[in-house]
Design a protein around this ligand. Structure first.
Ligand code: DC
Length: 226
C-alpha cells in the first residue's frame, strides 16, 4: 500500500467544515471522515447509560463497552454505528453537541479515538474534519486548512438551517451555545482547537460554499497537484 494523501480541515463549530469537506472529498474521490461524529457517538452512548460527560471515572469505566463503527452509504454519507446500531440521526441534537464538546476533553476518549482516526487515514486517502486533525491526529497531513467564520455568521447560518427545516430557532440562544462550545473546545488541556503554523486559514464569513471549495481546491492543487 502506497502512502495515502490526507487533507485536514479544522475549525470551530458551525464554520461549514462538514459541507465543505464532503464536497472536496467527493470531487477528489477521497474518503470523508467527520471526526466530530465519532465524539458525538461516544457522548450519545454515555448519555444512554446516564453517565455525565464530566464524570471521568464513569467514562473510563464504560468506554471499553463501546464499539464505534464508521460506514458509508452509496451517496458517500458517513454513518455512525454504535455497538452495531446506526445512530447517525440521533447524535445531531444541541444536547449531544454540548455533551460531545465536554466528553472530548476526557483524556481516555481522545486516546481511544486517536488510533481509530489514524487507522482510517493510513488505509485511505482522506479529507478529515475536526478540531485537532492538523495539530495532533495527522501532523503530517499533506494539506491543512483552518476553516473559520465569525460566531455571529456561524450562529446565523445555523438559525437559517433550522428554520429551513421548519424548526424553532432562537439566534441569541444559538450564538451563546456556539460561544460556549468555542470556549470549551479551545480551552481544554489536551488537543485544544488551535491553528497550526503550517495550516492555511480560510475565513468563510463572506464567502459562498462554492467560493470556499474553490479556495481550498487551489491550496490542494498547489500542495499535492490534484
Ligand atoms: O464537529 P462537531 O460539532 O460535530 O464536534 C462535536 C464536538 O466534538 C466538538 O465540540 C469538539 C469535539 N471534537 C474534538 O474534540 N475533536 C475533533 N477532532 C472533532 C470534534
Amino acid at each position: 500500500m502506497g502512502k495515502m494523501i490526507s487533507i485536514a480541515i479544522d475549525g470551530p463549530a458551525g464554520a461549514g467544515k462538514s459541507t465543505i469537506a464532503r464536497r472536496i472529498a467527493a470531487e477528489l474521490g477521497f474518503y470523508y471522515v467527520d471526526t466530530g461524529a465519532i465524539y458525538r457517538t461516544v457522548a450519545y452512548f454515555m448519555d444512554l447509560l446516564g453517565i455525565s460527560p464530566k464524570d471521568t471515572d464513569g467514562v473510563e469505566r464504560y468506554i471499553d463497552e463501546l464499539t464505534v463503527g464508521i460506514e458509508y452509504d452509496e451517496d458517500g454519507l458517513q454513518h455512525m454505528i454504535m455497538n452495531g446500531m446506526d445512530v447517525t440521526g440521533d447524535i445531531r441534537t444541541q444536547d449531544i453537541s454540548q455533551k460531545a464538546s465536554l466528553i472530548s476533553a476526557q483524556p481516555v476518549v481522545r486516546e481511544v479515538l486517536l488510533d481509530m482516526q489514524r487507522e482510517v487515514a493510513r488505509q485511505h486517502n482522506v479529507v478529515m474534519d475536526g478540531r485537532d486533525i492538523g495539530t495532533v491526529v495527522l501532523p503530517e497531513a499533506d494539506v491543512k486548512i483552518f476553516l473559520t467564520a465569525t460566531p455571529e455568521v456561524r450562529a446565523q447560518r445555523r438559525t437559517d438551517e433550522l428554520m429551513a427545516k421548519g424548526q424553532k430557532a432562537d439566534f441569541n440562544k444559538i450564538l451563546a451555545e456556539i460561544k460556549q462550545r468555542d470556549h470549551q473546545d479551545t480551552h481544554r488541556d489536551i488537543a485544544p482547537l488551535k491553528m497550526s503554523r503550517d495550516s492555511v486559514k480560510v475565513d468563510s464569513s463572506e464567502l459562498t460554499i462554492d467560493q470556499v471549495v474553490e479556495t481550498i481546491r487551489k491550496v490542494v492543487a498547489e500542495k499535492v497537484g490534484l
